[in-house]
Design a protein around this ligand. Structure first.
Ligand SMILES: [Zn+2]
Length: 107
């Protein structure tokens, strides 16, 4: 790599991104990579994109392969009578603070 290109990339810190499991743990406070049987760490060994293959695997395991019907999101709950509260929306920029590295190896 050209030294000037390398210097360019080094002058901008790489944006830190959380992996999908960390995001799920952060939002739902549930560690999807913790084995419920032995409390050990699980790891992704494959992504199955072919629907026929995933259906065959799920049916072989005795699990349903049927996708639940999509439903529209519910409306927000009504405000109490006399309330002057305003709806609050998350600011996606406010949630971009880096977190410490996870305590398990990341590939
Ligand atoms: Zn286990």
């Amino acid at each position: 790599m050209d030294d000037r290109v390398l210097l360019f990339f080094q002058s901008f810190p790489r944006e830190r991104r959380l992996d999908w499991a960390s995001l799920l743990r952060r939002v739902f406070q549930f560690d999807v990579l913790r084995c419920i049987s032995c409390d050990g760490r699980m790891r992704v060994i494959a992504f199955i994109e072919d629907g026929h293959v995933s259906t065959r695997i799920l049916e072989h395991l005795g699990l349903t392969a049927r996708v639940p019907a999509a439903r529209p999101a519910r409306a927000p709950p009504p405000l109490p009578p006399g309330s002057e509260a305003k709806p609050v929306f998350d600011d996606p920029g406010a949630d971009r603070d880096p977190e410490p590295d996870p305590d398990y190896p990341v590939d």
